[in-house]
Design a protein around this ligand. Structure first.
Ligand SMILES: [Fe+2]
Length: 283
């Protein structure tokens, strides 16, 4: 199980995880979260550039049913200009919120799956029956497929928010840096291979840096809202969201996806990502 010792994730006095608490106030979010976020998005948000509680959004992977939308760990405009305020609002308040709402609806009649943490749920999707589930929009799909999409979407985005920071950029340090060097030779080569993987992952999906249980890292890509836990490929250290909703409003040209990846490194939160890698390996 992933834990995040605070001593491992402190850098420049910026990131203070403390213990990730499943019962944290950040997770106690009601079903009217979308409306609440829309109201307090601008006036009450933390000023851009002020780092807040790195690791707080990804605490959601340790929570169980009913699942809740975690707060962004920074203001909506904190990642400008790499990612716009509008993209963040739509991405978090609209899309991520919908994954959570649909996931809860799909599991409402499945008590056997309700005790699973989100991370354990994506590792044990077979617990979910394959009977028909009718979504709020009237679309009927097998329940397990619905849970796969929406549990994956909730997991992927909960981690995603924490992998970015207004104070990000640069390169990883410590064990993750060593693992990247061992696998790719240098950081620039790693960045280029990630970019090529994103460009090659046509359609909607995610591109990941994964690790095996020995700490060896590699790159993979998954479709839709799958992740390497669902596909059994390894542990997702971090991913880059390849869905157009993540970048198309901000990178509008034919080469926009590549420009988005190039810019994304400026907000990569290596403190969190490196800590996630180390925590998974029990370091
Ligand atoms: Fe997304």
């Amino acid at each position: 199980m992933t834990t995040f010792p605070s001593s491992r994730l402190s850098r420049r006095g910026v990131v203070q995880l403390g213990g990730v608490s499943v019962g944290a106030a950040a997770l106690a979010i009601g079903s009217n979260r979308f409306a609440a976020r829309a109201q307090d998005a601008t006036p009450d948000a933390t000023p851009a550039g002020t780092p807040v509680a790195g690791g707080s959004a990804s605490a959601a992977i340790l929570a169980s049913y009913p699942y809740a939308l975690p707060d962004l760990p920074y203001a909506y405009d904190a990642l400008e200009p790499v990612t716009s305020t509008t993209t963040q609002e739509l991405h978090h308040d609209g899309l991520h919120a919908n994954y959570v709402t649909t996931l809860n609806a799909a599991l409402e009649q499945v008590p056997d799956a309700q005790g699973f943490t989100l991370e354990d749920l994506v590792l044990n999707l077979a617990i979910v029956p394959e009977d028909d589930f009718t979504a709020a929009n009237g679309v009927v799909k097998p329940r397990r497929a619905v849970v796969r999409t929406n549990a994956g979407g909730h997991y992927n985005h909960s981690v995603w928010w924490d992998t970015m920071s207004a104070d990000g950029g640069g390169e990883p340090e410590g064990p993750l840096a060593d693992a990247i060097m061992a696998a790719f030779g240098d950081f620039a080569t790693f960045q280029e291979e990630m970019k090529l993987a994103v460009l090659g992952n046509t359609g909607s999906g995610w591109t990941w840096l994964i690790t095996d249980d020995a700490g060896a890292v590699s790159i993979t890509a998954t479709p839709a809202q799958d992740n390497p836990l669902i596909t059994g490929e390894g542990y997702p250290v971090f991913g880059i969201d390849n869905w157009e909703h993540a970048y198309l409003l901000d990178y509008t040209t034919a080469t926009g996806r590549g420009e988005y990846v190039d810019a994304w490194w400026e907000i990569a939160n290596w403190t969190f990502i490196g800590g996630r890698y180390e925590a998974h390996l029990g370091q």
